[in-house]
Design a protein. Structure first.
Length: 139
């Protein structure tokens, strides 16, 4: 069995962002030489997420509004976590909702997606460098 590990780095200029990382994950898969197996993609930071969904701008705006209703950034004083001197209590909750990781099957050297599926990096406390782990195992 083969194993391949790569880190992808992101630095979004905004506090929140959704980035389609499917092309980078496909490149990692190509580099791995795996044709049958699994790809794990996970955010290596507690205020970022990796998830699968449609690459449609209206949906991304809906996520933004929905997440802000569930865990609004302000007032910052509303979150006990922010008593530590941080201002990202909402980002931790948003990450929890959107998820830490995805696993995708690899079939015949390709990501085995359903219709419209793409992999996204979700950033909820940006403006600094963060990483995503891609781990590929298989034959």
């Amino acid at each position: 069995m083969k194993s391949h590990r790569k880190e992808l780095w992101f630095h979004t200029p905004t506090r929140r962002a959704f980035v389609n990382i499917t092309p980078q994950v496909e490149q990692c898969l190509k580099e791995s030489g795996v044709t049958e197996g699994l790809v794990l993609v996970n955010a290596m930071h507690i205020t970022a997420s990796v998830f699968i969904n449609d690459d449609e701008s209206g949906l991304h705006q809906d996520y933004e509004e929905w997440l802000e209703k569930l865990a609004p950034h302000e007032p910052i004083s509303k979150y006990r976590h922010n008593r530590t001197g941080e201002d990202n209590g909402d980002a931790h909750l948003k990450r929890q909702i959107m998820g830490r990781e995805v696993v995708v099957a690899v079939t015949k050297g390709r990501l085995d997606f359903g219709p419209w599926e793409q992999i996204f990096y979700g950033e909820f406390d940006g403006r600094r460098k963060k990483r995503v782990l891609v781990k590929i195992i298989g034959e």
